[in-house]
Design a protein around this ligand. Structure first.
Ligand SMILES: [Zn+2]
Length: 343
């Protein structure tokens, strides 16, 4: 399988590169600006091992403190936090932006578990199930239902009934549709643990650190603005994904003070003009944009204004309607993207 080949190639490079990047980040953090670089011990006098250990602990501690207090500053002051310290990773991660037409389904595969963010629409749900089965999957560690709209949870009952699920994460909002009921019935039938995390909640899978960046405690009238949104960091690589969150939710994310910078932005609301505001785009400052959107959809997604914004920022743009399935592989430093079609 080509994926296996990509994984094997990326794996060889991963360890060394990411560790060195992590060191650079930690020593370069706000609290560690004293120039005590890890690699300078060869020249000059030998330092005692204890002194070196103490120095390393101090530097890492300072980096952590900078990150930790930066986070709190941000929460209190509504300003952007510093980037969290990079955690070195082994192995690789794959992110599959599955072509489900005018709907969302993103699969994350790490060495220690899998995550499915949304399960396509009622119509494309079978395609999601088939896709996961073709990969040989029988279980999913985390399933995320970003919000209760049909183009995100339409295939959820099929997925929840067809695989062994570790946990379902979803926002604390319900809906009156039969689609939503089917999802809840599947959760109850299989006794699947569910959890509605809030802003700032962090969890780990295979070295990847996921931070919930939305929603918080506020109530939203627009279901899209309830979208459970994440920033995920794997080594030096990062991605922000926001479901169908629109401008007001993006504003709320910026106001959390959480660090939102990321290499990849999986665009909100299929590239609709209601999402991906300039300020939000500037804050995430991605180099790659992914748009989960269907060919000739009746909403005119992605919107020209958004496309212009992405092009002005010089982003590499991948779209399911043009590229088919999009598979991103990373070792925590390098990014490789394979697409089903040339686009
Ligand atoms: Zn949607």
């Amino acid at each position: 399988m080509p994926i296996g080949d990509i994984k094997a190639a990326a794996k060889r490079k991963a360890k060394e590169k990411v560790v060195s990047t992590a060191k650079r980040k930690v020593t370069g953090g706000r609290g560690g600006g004293g120039g005590s670089r890890g690699g300078n011990n060869k020249s000059g006098k030998k330092k005692s091992p204890i002194l070196i250990i103490v120095l390393v602990v101090l530097v890492i501690g300072a980096g952590f403190a900078a990150w930790h207090f930066g986070f709190l500053d941000g929460l209190l002051g509504g300003q952007e936090a510093d980037a969290p310290a990079v955690v070195a990773v082994d192995g690789t991660m794959e992110i599959h932006f599955i072509d489900v037409g005018q709907a969302d389904a993103t699969l994350i595969i790490t060495d220690a578990g899998t995550m499915l963010i949304d399960a396509g629409s009622r119509r494309s749900g079978p395609r999601v199930v088939e896709y996961l089965q073709e990969l040989g999957m029988t279980e999913i560690t985390y399933v995320i239902a970003t919000h209760p709209h049909e183009d995100h949870i339409g295939g959820m009952d099929l997925v929840l009934n067809g695989f062994t699920i570790g946990q379902v994460l979803l926002p604390a909002v319900s809906h009156t549709t039969r689609t939503y009921e089917r999802m809840i019935e599947a959760i109850e039938t299989h006794n699947i643990p569910t959890y509605a995390p809030q802003v700032g909640h962090e969890f780990e899978m295979g070295g990847a650190i996921f931070t919930v960046i939305h929603p918080g405690t506020e109530e939203w009238n627009n279901l899209n603005d309830w979208s459970l949104s994440l920033r995920m960091a794997f080594g030096n690589f990062s991605m922000v994904t926001t479901g169908d969150a629109e401008h007001p939710a993006e504003r709320a994310m910026m106001d959390t003070g959480l660090y939102l910078g990321a290499d990849v932005l999986r665009l909100g609301h299929h590239g609709s003009r209601t999402s991906t505001g300039q300020e939000f785009l500037d804050m995430v400052a991605p180099s790659i944009a992914i748009i989960q959107v269907g060919t000739d959809n009746r909403y005119g997604h992605p919107h020209d204004d958004v496309m212009e914004r992405l092009e002005a920022a010089g982003l590499r743009i991948y779209r399911n309607d043009l590229h088919g399935d999009i598979i991103l592989t990373t070792d925590g430093t390098n990014i490789d993207i394979q697409t089903e079609r040339a686009g």
